[in-house]
Write a protein of this length. Structure first.
Length: 634
């Protein structure tokens, strides 16, 4: 483990504070909140990025984020594990095709409209898999349907790849050949999803943990995205999913996500492959379209901007009062609303009500407001429960009334009065009644052995449930690790391909270099600065009677070249140290038959691109006149 790994792995208080500061920075500066991701997985991915950039501590990496404008993108891409594929877990998709898609088509027989949401869609394979299932089921009549498949993710690079819809052959390994031929067109070695089906898919950036959810969804697909979040965040996202999906719509999760096992929001269709149906609730009225004149917003602005006296009266009310115009813009938000709904007035005024998280934290509120807009009739919601950001549960009674000016509808007024204490007393009375009934039953009970056995069985059941939850947590961790390994394997494959390409290029250059040297008629040898031979061409083999394999890698002064070694020593050292060229004449060499001849050896310094001296190159050619005595150099 590197120093950076040690820093991540320890549990010292300083480290915990550094990590919290890093996560706060990502949330505040880059609007990416990771504070409710599972810590084990999050730390592992941050450790991987720190290793890549050689950051020795979390604080050092935090400074790197400040210095490098693009580093936060690289970190987020490292944390977001983009592991996906066409028809991933083929058995699950088979169940979806046989039991869910037919029901979706049947339900859409009248509206001829289908809305699908693929969250965490990565590079789009999942969204296009859904498109294939729908096209297979609908056949030719598909052109008469309005089909929208929303693919969302926070990784912009992955979304760009999804929009291009171009895939390699290995990415289509789980798609049957007949479907490849039907839904893809070949472009060289790549395959592109066909345009007539690609237009069904709309890809965009969306953060599950922060952005408002889509609505009126027939099928919501979220496979193995929730396993990276804490249980509390999973529960909140699940509530948003319940809001998004229409009555009797479907939810398709990944094989490692079992958070719906005890949820009352969804009922299982196929427990093994995590396919669920939204639990039936009171029907959600559709928002009717309103006919508005161009002056209506202005009229409402005047109506919602009361005199200072009326405004002071609104501010003094203990209840929450909110005024919303026909375009869903908030015109009034009194202190009571600020306190009850947990949103500052400055953050609410002039914003769209649908953009505030309270619009989906209070289940059904947004739909009820749209109903009042449509019917121009008041509506009431009693004992509505929602959760504040600090986790506190709040009960409230809400009245929604239409606002008119000169008989023209200009907006709605939302009046909410906290009823938490009333709900608490009601719950307490219910609990006392239950306790009283239990006491009567216990007095009437005469079978103490049965009671004891029942308690023991209950205890055993709780232990089994605890064990099951621990095993599920372990399974989620293993699934995360597998996906990380798949990413690492893909990266290693890419790196290996790059290394093979570079190796081939080096071999080609080496062959070119050797061919160039061997094509020269003169004897050529090259040494490094230590005078170790690095190149020895064929002409050198013939002149000096020494093969390249015998010369390369040896000190030139140690080669068996006779008097030539002694004569060339000083000139070679001069060139290697001073970097100036030297010409040496009358250097003796012996022919294979024993005849001694002389050569002219030109020694020149060898420089690299930057000008640094890296060796010596020697070029020898036979002298034009026979040897006439000792060698001389200049």
């Amino acid at each position: 483990m590197s120093d950076g790994d040690d820093a991540i792995g320890q549990s010292a208080p300083e480290l915990g504070e550094d990590l919290r500061e890093l996560l706060e920075k990502l949330s505040a500066q880059y609007n990416f909140d990771l504070r409710e991701y599972k810590e084990v997985s999050l730390v592992r991915r941050i450790r991987a990025r720190m290793t890549q950039v050689r950051a020795e501590s979390v604080s050092a990496y935090s400074r790197l984020l400040d210095e490098n404008a693009g580093e936060h993108v690289a970190l987020i891409n490292t944390i977001l594990i983009n592991v996906t594929g066409f028809f991933r877990d083929s058995e699950a998709w088979k169940v979806l095709a046989e039991h869910v898609v037919p029901r979706l088509v049947e339900d859409a027989a009248d509206s001829r409209s289908l809305r699908i949401w693929s969250t965490g869609c990565s590079s789009g394979e999942e969204a296009y898999s859904i498109a294939i299932l729908l096209a297979e089921r609908l056949g030719a009549p598909a052109e008469n349907y309005t089909i929208k498949i929303y693919g969302t993710d926070v990784d912009e690079e992955a979304l760009t790849a999804a929009r291009q819809a171009v895939y390699r052959t290995e990415q289509l390994k789980d798609v049957p050949d007949r479907l490849v031929d039907r839904y893809f067109t070949r472009e060289g070695q790549l395959y592109r999803f066909r345009r007539e089906f690609r237009r069904w898919c709309i890809f965009g950036s969306h953060n599950l943990t922060q952005a408002p959810p889509l609505s009126h969804i027939d099928l919501l697909v979220c496979r193995n995205a929730l396993i990276y979040f804490t249980g509390e965040l999973q529960d909140r996202i699940l509530t948003r999913f319940h809001y998004s999906i229409r009555e009797d719509g479907f939810l398709f999760l990944g094989r490692s996500e079992s958070l719906l096992a005890r949820s009352r929001l969804f009922t299982p269709v196929h427990q093994k492959w995590r396919i669920f149906r939204r639990t039936s609730t009171a029907s959600r009225p559709a928002a009717a379209g309103l006919s508005e004149t161009g002056s209506a917003p202005h009229a409402l602005a005047e109506a919602a901007a009361p005199s200072a006296r009326v405004q002071r009266a609104l501010d003094a009310l203990p209840a929450a009062v909110v005024v919303i115009d026909v375009n869903d813009t908030i015109l009034s938000w009194n202190p009571g609303a600020e306190a009850l709904l947990d949103i500052p007035t400055a953050d609410a005024l002039a914003r769209k009500f649908r953009d505030l998280d309270i619009s989906y934290r209070v289940e059904g509120l947004r739909a009820r407001i749209e109903d009042v807009k449509a019917r121009h009739a008041a509506s009431r919601m009693d004992d509505v429960m929602f959760t504040r950001r600090n986790g506190e549960a709040v009960h409230t009674d809400i009245t929604i009334a239409p606002l008119f000016e000169a008989s023209r509808f200009v907006g709605v007024l939302v009046y909410a009065l906290e009823a938490t204490e009333h709900a608490r007393l009601k719950e307490q009375m219910s609990r006392i009644a239950e306790q009283h009934a239990t006491a009567i039953e216990e007095l009437q009970s005469t079978n103490e052995e049965l009671e004891t056995t029942n308690e023991e069985l209950q205890s055993t059941n709780e232990e089994l449930e605890t064990t099951n939850e621990e095993l599920q947590s372990t399974n989620e961790e293993l699934e995360t690790t597998v996906e990380e390994l798949e990413v690492a394997n893909a990266e290693l494959g890419t790196l290996n391909a790059q290394l093979e390409a570079r190796s081939s290029e080096l071999k080609r250059l080496d062959a070119y270099h050797l061919g160039l040297l061997n094509s020269m008629e003169q004897s050529v040898f090259v040494t490094d600065r230590a005078l170790v031979v690095t190149s020895w061409n064929q002409a050198a083999e013939r002149m000096w009677g020494l093969r390249a394999g015998e010369a390369t890698g040896r000190d030139v002064m140690a080669l068996p070249l006779g008097d030539a070694t002694r004569i060339l020593r000083t000139p070679l050292e001069t060139v290697s140290k001073r970097g100036v060229p030297v010409e040496v004449r009358d250097v003796p060499y012996t022919l294979p038959g024993g005849e001694v001849r002389t050569a002219v050896v030109k020694l020149a310094p060898l420089h690299e691109g930057g000008g640094e001296l890296i060796g010596v190159i020697g070029i020898a050619a036979p002298s034009e006149t026979p040897r006439a005595g000792g060698a001389r150099c200049r």
